[in-house]
Design a protein around this ligand. Structure first.
Ligand code: PHE
Length: 340
């Protein structure tokens, strides 16, 4: 019978492999190869049903004998291996050495800053909205009343992907999506990445983060804007922070302002960080220009609103005294590890 010969061959094979076993891993491999569900013995027993009753008896008996023999041999070997491992350093492993402690990660300072900003606005009832980073000219410019001849639409100031798409140069595009999708009252902040083809240096990066804000309803006034921003500045930088608004121009807000806080380093006395004038610019803001409401089909007689936008890196740099924006993106754990 061929099968008996096969069993004989398996026995021989087992002997050779067994004698080569020098460690638990090899032993486990031999066990799977010969006794496992898909092992050599099971392979043979799988086909036993096609045999005659006599053949079945002989082969079944033989196979069971081998199974027992293999198990006993492997158990003996296992015990021997365990003895030799516990008594010396067979494998060069000294189990008494202390382990390698895994590094515990820390939250990125920018992520920390963004969530602080978000939480302050959430505490005032704002919700978070997110928009797309690859955008059309309509959402990034036209709907925001930025005309074709505005310098920010120049190829030097914006990354164009092709004729139709560009990388958004600010988060103000999300204002338009939100207003297209919903009716007032609206009270959202819109954090996210923005892109500008600026040469990289200590204060510029081709990519950075902004947090945009938008509130629209009946009777929203400039004093609401001031109240919200003052609350934000004090929550972010401390109760004794002063805030001032300087007239400015943005096509999508009217009137517009740039917002400064008293220098957090010198408390307004004048130092290197505030270039000696005691104030730090932190964001742009204003009342939503009715032309923007027209672009999204809002009734300009019924609704008013305010919008603002700030650079998250700038806020984080002031908050933590970081002097180079590039540190945020270099993944240097000597830097990142300081923000536990
Ligand atoms: N989008 C402006 C910028 O990137 C910031 C801004 C947002 C100003 C909303 C006013 C209102 O500079």
């Amino acid at each position: 019978m061929d099968i008996l010969k096969d069993l004989e061959a398996i026995k021989e094979n087992f002997k050779t492999e067994y004698e080569k076993c020098g460690c638990m891993l090899q032993l486990e491999n031999v066990r799977t190869a010969f006794l496992g569900r898909k092992g050599e013995l099971n392979n043979i027993l799988k086909n036993i049903s096609s045999l005659s009753v006599d053949e079945k008896r002989v082969i079944g008996k033989q196979a069971n004998m081998l199974k027992n023999e293999f198990s006993v041999r492997l158990r003996e070997l296992k015990e021997a291996l365990m003895d030799s491992q516990s008594s010396d350093e067979t494998h060069g492993i000294d189990v008494t050495l202390p382990g390698i402690r895994p590094r515990i990660g820390t939250t990125h300072p920018l992520t920390k800053t963004l969530s602080r900003i978000n939480n302050i606005f959430i505490s005032m009832g704002f919700r978070i909205a997110e928009g797309r980073e690859i955008e059309t000219e309509f959402y990034n410019f036209e709907a925001l009343n930025i005309p074709l001849d505005h310098p920010s639409r120049d190829a030097f100031d914006t990354f164009y992907v092709d004729e139709k798409y560009l990388l958004r140069s600010h988060t103000s595009n999300v204002q338009i999506h939100v207003m297209e999708d919903r009716k007032p009252p609206i009270q959202v902040i819109m954090p996210g990445r923005v892109y500008r083809p600026d040469a990289v240096d200590a204060t510029h990066s081709f990519m950075f983060h902004q947090v945009e804000g938008l509130m629209v309803d009946k009777d929203i006034s400039f004093s609401d804007l001031k109240g919200v921003l003052l609350y934000f500045c004090k929550s972010m930088f401390g109760e004794d922070i002063k805030m001032r608004l300087r007239p400015h121009f943005f096509p999508f807000t009217e009137p517009s302002a740039e917002v400064d806080i008293s220098c957090i380093m010198c408390k307004g006395k004048g130092c290197r960080v505030c270039s000696g004038n005691g104030w730090l610019e932190i964001l742009g803001a204003g009342m939503v220009n009715p032309k923007v409401f027209e672009a999204v089909g809002y009734d300009t007689d019924r609704y008013t609103g305010f919008a603002f936008g700030m650079g998250a890196e700038r806020i984080a740099m002031l908050l933590y005294g970081i002097e180079d924006i590039r540190l945020f993106y270099e993944n240097d754990i000597r830097f990142l590890g300081q923000f536990a």
